[in-house]
Design a protein around this ligand. Structure first.
Ligand code: DQA
Length: 136
């Protein structure tokens, strides 16, 4: 299978920011572990802090499944929501942290309703669990 992993705003700071929440490994290290887990599959990785670039990556996706951690965009980006809704490729929303045990503004996602499903709270393994769901 071909997977596209998209990370949004501030996810490039993983391993540097709020290590107690997101862990001490960098996004690059996490991506390497994901690629090793799915060594029989094709994994493409994209990260951007720019909302429109996330939309363009979604529009151009050539994959069987998209795994999307939009970061804080999750909570307010109708542009990313509309981009997901325009696709025929299924998207699984991912969060490393359990957003429901955190601040109230994180409890709402404007993306979930147009995603195939949501995986959250399993740290870096949220990405792997989300991609595994496409194989079921
Ligand atoms: C996050 C949760 C979001 O609320 C936050 O803004 C992030 C990361 C997560 O992976 O837990 O940047 O998506």
């Amino acid at each position: 299978m071909k997977f596209l992993f998209i990370n949004g705003v501030n996810l490039n700071m993983t391993g540097v920011r709020e290590k107690g929440v997101y862990g001490a490994e960098t996004l690059e290290e996490i991506n390497r572990q994901i690629a090793a887990h799915f060594k029989g599959d094709e994994c493409e990785f994209f990260q951007s802090n720019i909302e429109g670039e996330i939309c363009s990556a979604l529009h151009g996706a050539k994959a069987d499944g998209i795994i999307l951690n939009a970061g804080a965009f999750t909570h307010y980006s109708y542009a990313i929501r509309d981009a997901i809704a325009s696709l025929s490729v299924p998207v699984v929303e991912v969060h490393m942290s359990n957003v429901h045990s955190r601040e109230e503004f994180r409890h709402n996602s404007v993306l979930s309703a147009v995603c195939k499903g949501v995986v959250l709270g399993f740290g870096k393994n949220s990405y792997i669990l989300a991609a595994e769901s496409f194989k079921l």
